[in-house]
Design a protein around this ligand. Structure first.
Ligand code: ATP
Ligand code: MG
Length: 412
């Protein structure tokens, strides 16, 4: 688990705020869910054979002897909240959530044991139009972040649970005689979670898969028709996608449409956002049968992608205010308050002793654009001295009232 320092945190916050703005525009409502849940929720909801539960979950027994887990993802919790609070009664909620998720993985660039997700979930709609709405939300976010050219939307349909069970048997039957040629992970998955073999990245395994039965052929006519409808609507909406017949998701709960935004800019950690439809999950967790669809974005990875774009220089403050002496503190504080409440700028007051040179060093360190200085002369005349820290412009003296104008003339 890592710390994110101010520069990275600023980037993470910016990404989060773009997501939230878009969620708002689509009228999705926020839910806040706890970090701890009963371990059972995830075993039951996500499936014991999924990596996130079977291999990666942080779980422990609390003081009351209950088995708890740090959530590895958000969907199961949102569904639990939905059932517990009867949210689907006469309603079809469209929700979003955010927060840290926990998985005991091997830490590496883009893969952390605590990472941040933002996700949406829409309940009560089985229409293809909702799949498309959810995908459009993701696309809108990536476009606003300027990432469209760096990512691709992959999409597939994995059909109903029954069709998948049938296909699973066919796949196991086809691959078992070849198991010696599979990579080690896939060989294990043949026993535990055969469908996950489909998204293996190992070339020989991929070759064997291309000769094995295809999931698409196992889908029922309804599922195929539904998927065609989703694709049609995506085209009409101008959403570009790539069909990927080998795309499957890590959790058991998915049905029909599954999708993932991937990039080739982040090395092996190529998925930035993933989701799909999960029509059986609400019922599985004890609610009335309710269809659902959603996605979860990995904010750490999205932010790393943003880092590859041209970003404005990072700075902690815009204006750095310096009292030459403590006698000037009161006036400096008044000027600071005036700027804080009349501009969007970030205002930092110098606190601490030291000579002027030392104070200017702190101003420079903050990377502020302006230093605003108050000494005896300024105090007597109720003016301030403005110095440009990042250009050659000559300093000037101005009244407090005019200071906002002086600064805003030069914000471009
Ligand atoms: P991966 O294939 O990379 O392990 P996943 O299929 O396990 O991803 P999901 O459970 O679908 O991931 O989670 C949605 C998104 O959350 C992923 O697309 C990814 O961006 C992000 N994510 C998942 N695990 C991690 C992690 N350990 N560290 C950082 N981000 C992660
Ligand atoms: Mg994973």
């Amino acid at each position: 688990m890592r710390d994110s320092l101010p520069r990275e945190s600023a980037r993470l916050s910016r990404v989060e705020s773009v997501f939230k703005d878009v969620f708002q525009k689509y009228s999705y409502e926020e839910v806040r869910i706890p970090v701890l849940e009963s371990k059972e929720l995830f075993y039951h909801g996500l499936g014991e054979t999924s990596d996130a539960v079977g291999k990666e979950m942080y779980s422990f027994v609390d003081r009351d002897g209950r088995e708890l887990a740090l959530r590895p993802e958000g969907t199961a919790s949102v569904v639990r909240a939905l059932i517990q609070n009867n949210l689907c009664y006469n309603d079809r909620p469209r929700l979003w959530y955010e927060g840290p998720m926990f998985r005991h993985e091997r830490p590496q660039a883009g893969r952390y044991r605590q990472f941040q997700q933002l996700g949406v979930e829409a309940f009560g709609f089985s229409e293809p139009a909702i799949d498309v709405e959810v995908i459009q939300i993701g696309n809108e976010v990536f476009s606003q972040l300027g990432l469209s050219s760096l990512i691709t939307l992959k999409i597939n349909s994995i059909g109903s649970a029954e069709a998948r069970a049938q296909y699973r048997e066919q796949l196991v039957e086809a691959l078992t005689p070849l198991s010696a040629e599979l990579d080690e992970d896939s060989r294990k998955r043949l026993q535990t979670n055969p469908l996950r073999i489909l998204d293996s990245k190992i070339p020989r395994t991929k070759e064997l898969l291309s000769e094995a039965p295809q999931l698409h052929d196992s889908l029922g006519d309804d599922a195929k028709e539904r998927f065609d409808h989703v694709l049609e609507l995506l085209q009409t909406a101008g959403v570009e996608y790539t069909l990927d017949p080998y795309l499957v998701r890590g959790f058991d709960y998915y049905t029909d449409t599954v999708f993932e935004w991937v990039t080739d800019r982040l090395g092996a950690q190529d998925a930035v956002c993933a989701g799909g439809r999960y029509d059986g999950l609400v019922e599985l967790l004890g609610g009335n049968p309710t269809p659902g669809v959603g996605f979860a974005a990995g904010i750490d990875r999205v932010a790393s992608l943003c880092e590859q774009l041209e970003e404005p220089d990072y700075c902690a403050a815009d204006v750095y205010l310096i009292p030459m002496d403590e006698r000037h503190r009161e006036f400096v504080n008044q000027v600071a308050q005036h700027l804080r409440f009349n501009t969007d700028l970030r205002i930092r007051e110098h606190i601490g002793t030291g000579n002027m040179k030392n104070k200017m060093r702190w101003a420079d360190k903050s990377r502020a654009t302006w230093a605003v200085i108050v000494g005896d002369t300024e105090l007597n005349e109720r003016v301030v001295t403005v110095k440009w820290l990042r250009s050659e412009r000559a300093q000037l003296s101005t009244s407090v009232e005019n200071l906002v104008n002086v600064i805003s003339e030069n914000t471009e």
